[in-house]
Design a binder for this molecule. Structure first.
Ligand SMILES: [Zn+2]
Length: 170
C-alpha cells in the first residue's frame, strides 16, 4: 500500500453494468470520511456496504482501483447534475480522496498531484465534460458535504486547458 505504482486493484462487488449506450462524461470527487486507504478497501469489499468508487487516492498519493471504468460504481447515490440529469453513477467515474471530511483535515499536495494525474489519464480515455464535487451533484442539494474543504481551483484548469469545455463546477 505504500507503493504508488503500479496501481493495485481491490475489486468491489458493489458495482454493475452501465446502462446500454451510457457515455462517461463526468467525474465525481468524494472524501472518504474513513481514515485510511485500507479502511476504504475493506468498506468497498463488503457486500453489505452497497457502495464503491472507481478509485481511491491516499494522502500520500497512492492510487488504488476498485471498479473498472466501463462498469458502474455505486458512489453518487441519489444525484442530479446542473443540466438536470439524474442517476449520475450511470455516466460518471467516482474518485475518493482519503480525508476526514471535517473541512479542517487538509488535502496534501501529494494527494492533489495524484488526483490531477489520474484525471488527465481518465480524460485521455473519455470525453469528460464535468468534474464535480459530490456536494454539487447530491440530490436533494445539501444531502452530501464531501469533499469538504476541497478547492475546485486545484482542478478547474484541466478541462479549460485541454478541451475548452466549462468545468461544470461553477
Ligand atoms: Zn461522496
Amino acid at each position: 500500500m505504500h507503493v504508488a505504482n503500479p496501481m493495485k486493484s481491490f475489486p468491489s462487488p458493489n458495482s454493475d453494468d452501465r446502462p446500454e449506450g451510457a457515455i462517461v462524461d463526468t467525474v465525481v470527487i468524494h472524501a472518504t470520511v474513513l481514515e485510511s486507504i485500507e479502511d476504504v478497501i475493506r468498506h468497498f469489499e463488503a457486500t453489505d456496504s452497497r457502495v464503491s468508487a472507481h478509485y481511491t487516492i491516499g494522502r500520500d498519493g497512492t492510487i488504488v482501483t476498485h471498479v473498472p471504468e466501463d462498469r458502474r460504481a455505486w458512489h453518487a447515490g441519489q444525484s442530479r447534475m446542473k443540466d438536470g440529469r439524474t442517476q449520475v453513477n450511470d455516466f460518471s467515474i467516482g474518485i475518493e480522496l482519503v480525508n476526514r471530511n471535517d473541512g479542517v483535515d487538509p488535502f496534501p499536495a501529494s494527494q492533489i498531484h495524484a488526483l490531477r494525474r489520474l484525471l488527465k489519464s481518465i480524460m485521455s480515455r473519455h470525453a469528460i465534460q464535468f468534474i464535480v464535487p459530490h456536494y454539487a451533484c447530491a440530490d436533494p442539494p445539501g444531502r452530501k458535504s464531501d469533499p469538504a474543504g476541497f478547492d475546485e481551483s486545484w482542478i478547474r484548469d484541466l478541462l479549460d486547458e485541454n478541451t475548452g469545455h466549462p468545468s461544470g463546477t461553477r
